[in-house]
Every structure is written in structure tokens, then in C-alpha cells.
Ligand binder design. Structure first.
Ligand SMILES: [Zn+2]
Length: 298
């Protein structure tokens, strides 16, 4: 566990908290750099739970692969630098191996995430969508595990020995890439193809009509790029990326789309522009008490 900076609470309201639960170092910058930079700048406390250290993400010649441990250490260093650029409070690793998350014992993996959710007490949790952006099994696994962990964290009957005080997350989001983002990504980083079980998985985009939340991140383009650039081991075309025209960067990082999977504070068809919509200006963690009319059995 690493603390990046201290945070002092000066007003009477508790600061809002955002937690991203992801699979590999660089996911936070490439997929969610915009919201992490934006909300940290706005005084939201941002936390990152990372399932692996990306020990298999090697783009150099096979003979030069330094091995999982050394690459994991290098990527940890890269992530620490990116986290500083993005203003993250803390990074916690779940200590799984890159590429093996969907073979992990689900009960144990869920308990590890529950433990972090209860410790930090986030208002909003974000993770990958159920298709894992382009079918990456680790991304799909972290989406499923996080969704379950958000529910389990609120359940007093779910016991994690060290962190046993239930916490109710108000909103859970999936990062939902749309067509325009896919086009910008693949034009920049090349075609994303994930071969799994003899199937070539490709980028899976969400229809615009299914998007519940669009966050304007255009003011943070440079910061997002600085964070991505920290992951040098993952950017074989770094020199070329460095000189991307501004309009391409704007297409990549100007706006981020999300799907609101769970919300205790709002709903409906109106598209939000804020992950904290429904949570602003109210005390968090207040008890939920509803007075419902008596429902009659037919
Ligand atoms: Zn990833």
C-alpha cells in the first residue's frame, strides 16, 4: 500500500471519494485518466485498486523479457509516477498475476476488493464494462468481481476479518467506450485484438443511446497524456505518440462515457455529466429509509 499525499478535511462535509478498480497498470491512465485527473483537481479523493502488476505486458524481443517479477517492479514504478500525475491518494494491489485473474478463486478475490471498499468507503466505484473493453479476460473478471464486491461490501453478513464494517457504495459505473472513442484509440494505438480460446476478440463499443453519463475531460488532455507517458514499457511507439496532433488527442481524451450500473441516488434516461450526480451537497452514508405504500398481493 502506498500513500501519495495527505488530505486534510477542512469543511464539515466529508470529501467525496472515487475508487477505480482495474486490472493492469496503464488501465487507469488509458481508460480513466480523464475522470481521475478531473475529480482529483476538483477535490475528490481518488483511489486505485489494481488487480495485477501487468507482469506479462512485454512488447520488446522475447529474448529480452526480464521475467514477471522484474517487469512487475518496473510497471509498479511506472504506475506510481502516473498516479502522481493524476493526483491519486493511494494505490493498492490485489496481488494477482497478469492474465490469471479469471482463474482466481472468486470468493477470495471478492473479499480482497470488499476489504478495500470498506477501508476507503468510496461514494462512487468505477471499473471496466462487462465486455472488458475488447474482451480481455482480466478486464471482464475485474468487472464481475468488482460488481459483486460492491454488493457484498454493503452486506453485514459478508465477513472480511480485517475490515468488517459494511460500506454502502452509492454508485457503480462501467467504462463504456463508444464508436468515436474506438476509432480514435485504434487509429492511435493500432487494432486491439485479444485472442482467447481461438476467438479473435475485438473492441466492443456501446451504442450512444445506452450511455448514461458523459464526462467532459477536455481540460485534462495534457495531464492524461503525461500519465500515459509514464507507462513507457507499454508504449513501443512512444516517439510517434509524443507528436500526436492536438485534435487527435482531443478525440482520445476530450470526453469519457460511462454506464451507471448501480445508483442509490438517481436514475432515469437523462444523461448525466457528473459521476457524482445525486450526491452533491448532501451528507454521504446517511441511512436509507423509505416509507412505501402497502403492496397488495393479487
Ligand atoms: Zn488492462
Amino acid at each position: 500500500m502506498m500513500r501519495l499525499r495527505r488530505f486534510t478535511v477542512e469543511d464539515n462535509h466529508k470529501p467525496l471519494k472515487l475508487m477505480a478498480v482495474l486490472a493492469h497498470p496503464d488501465d487507469e491512465s488509458l481508460a480513466m485518466g480523464g475522470i481521475l485527473a478531473k475529480y482529483a483537481a476538483a477535490g475528490v479523493q481518488t483511489y486505485l485498486v489494481m488487480a495485477t502488476r501487468g507482469e506479462r505486458g512485454w512488447f520488446g524481443p522475447a529474448a529480452a523479457y526480464p521475467g514477471p517479477e522484474a517487469l512487475g517492479r518496473l510497471r509498479e514504478t511506472e504506475l506510481r509516477a502516473a498516479a502522481q500525475v493524476l493526483g491519486l491518494q493511494e494505490i493498492v494491489y490485489l496481488d494477482y498475476q497478469d492474465g490469471e485473474l479469471d482463474q482466481a478463486d472468486p470468493a477470495e478475490a471478492i473479499a480482497r476488493i470488499v476489504s478495500q471498499v470498506r477501508w476507503v468507503g468510496p461514494d462512487v466505484v468505477v471499473t471496466f464494462d462487462p465486455n472488458g473493453m475488447y474482451g480481455h479476460p482480466d478486464h471482464i473478471a475485474i468487472s464481475q468481481l468488482t460488481t459483486t464486491a460492491v454488493m457484498a461490501a454493503a452486506d453485514p453478513g459478508h465477513t472480511v476479518l480485517t475490515r468488517n464494517s459494511p460500506h454502502r457504495v452509492a454508485k457503480l459505473y462501467y467504462r463504456a467506450f463508444v464508436q468515436a472513442e474506438q476509432a480514435a484509440y485504434e487509429a492511435t494505438f493500432g487494432r486491439l485484438v485479444m485472442p482467447v480460446d481461438r476467438v479473435q476478440r475485438r473492441f466492443t463499443v456501446w451504442p450512444e443511446w445506452a450511455i448514461t453519463t458523459r464526462v467532459d475531460t477536455s481540460a485534462y488532455g495534457e495531464q492524461i497524456w503525461q500519465a500515459i507517458a509514464c507507462h513507457r514499457s507499454q508504449l513501443p511507439d512512444y516517439q510517434q505518440l509524443k507528436t500526436l496532433p492536438d485534435e487527435v488527442k482531443a478525440g482520445l481524451w476530450g470526453r469519457q462515457s460511462y454506464y451507471r450500473a448501480i445508483s442509490l441516488v438517481n436514475g432515469g434516461r437523462e444523461v448525466e455529466d457528473d459521476l457524482f450526480a445525486g450526491l452533491r451537497g448532501r451528507a454521504q452514508s446517511r441511512p436509507l429509509i423509505y416509507d412505501l405504500p402497502q403492496l397488495q398481493a393479487a
